[in-house]
Design a protein around this ligand. Structure first.
Ligand code: CAA
Length: 267
């Protein structure tokens, strides 16, 4: 288990300080948002820590579970960001607004790094969502490859209601999963999507009773680990590239990946 993900740096911040836990059990890593008393609200420090977890992920890990402790998966960005005082040591939206050009872009890009790695082809990420997943919480669930929801899950893209846009990598997976019209409707009304609807429109692979969430994630992880590691990575790479390719290009990509597999297995 890694308490501190990055060692030796002056910026070293323990995961506990940012309300995260990180555990590795064989090929499964579990990231837990562990600030239940604040409904696992997230800050820029949360996202930096997530990015460092991704950078330092032990090589043997094949499945990454992202879960939240307590009644909510995550209530989104820490609302102190909207106050003049902000989050101690991390500033506020008002201080971010003073950043210019590249510095502004870099700050948001850094936050996005906390989410982007969850799509890496060599891992499969699973969000285990109970209760509220609001704003950054919904986007964190969308950053994962798969979502298992407890039947009390409530997903809400709150940003437009607060005058902001969803900018933590969530807009593309949302459109990919539910289509443009439904994504527009969900985001621009900032309404809450319940678990049953989420499953119906493609936002969840499975909905279970809250008490069954942990076991359902375990079962899915075990099924994912039953396949060949290199074949799983190559297949995920193929699937991820499919929507950007023509059928002919995809066929060529299949041939190339298969050649590498057959050479590795039988060559
Ligand atoms: N930031 C900081 N603290 C939060 C929080 C947040 N996002 N959400 C909840 N909390 C705190 C509450 O202030 C409360 O703290 P105290 O006990 O010290 O008063 C504690 O967590 C429990 O909160 P509730 O009593 O409200 O819990 P609940 O279970 O009744 O309700 C909830 C849960 C519906 C998620 C509700 O807390 C809520 O609406 N939270 C705010 C959601 C929100 O607007 N998030 C921002 C979305 S936008 C975004 O993430 C991205 C962006 O802007 C760029």
């Amino acid at each position: 288990m890694a308490e501190v993900v990055h060692g030796g740096s002056a910026e070293e911040i323990s995961l506990a300080e940012v309300g995260l836990r990180f555990e590795v059990d064989g090929e499964i890593a579990t990231i837990t948002l562990a600030r239940p008393e604040k409904r696992n609200a997230q800050t820029f420090a949360t996202w930096s820590a997530l990015a460092r977890i991704g950078d330092d992920l032990p090589q043997q890990v094949r499945v990454v579970v992202v879960r939240g402790e307590g009644p909510s998966f995550s209530a989104g960005i820490d609302l102190r960001m909207f106050t003049p005082e902000g989050v101690p040591g991390q500033g506020s939206f008002a201080s971010t607004a003073t950043l210019r050009g590249e510095a502004f872009d870099e700050r948001i890009a850094q936050a996005q790094q906390g989410f982007m790695w969850l799509r890496r082809p060599d891992i499969v990420s699973i969000a285990a969502v109970q209760g509220h997943a609001v704003g950054a919480g919904f986007q964190l669930a969308l950053a994962c490859d798969l979502r298992i929801l407890a039947d009390d899950a409530k997903l809400c893209m709150k940003e437009p209601a607060l005058g902001l846009v969803p900018d933590l990598t969530g807009t593309k997976p949302l459109v990919d999963l539910v289509g443009l019209s439904r994504a527009v409707e969900i985001c621009l009304t900032a309404r809450t999507v319940g678990a049953e609807e989420a499953a119906r429109i493609g936002l969840a692979e499975l909905v279970v009773a809250p008490g069954d969430l942990t076991q359902a994630v375990r079962d899915l992880a075990a099924a994912l680990l039953a396949t060949n590691r290199d074949a799983a990575t190559a297949t995920k790479r193929l699937l991820q590239g499919a929507s950007g390719r023509t059928l002919e290009e995809q066929c060529a990509a299949e041939r190339q990946e298969q050649m590498a597999r057959i050479k590795a297995l039988f060559g």
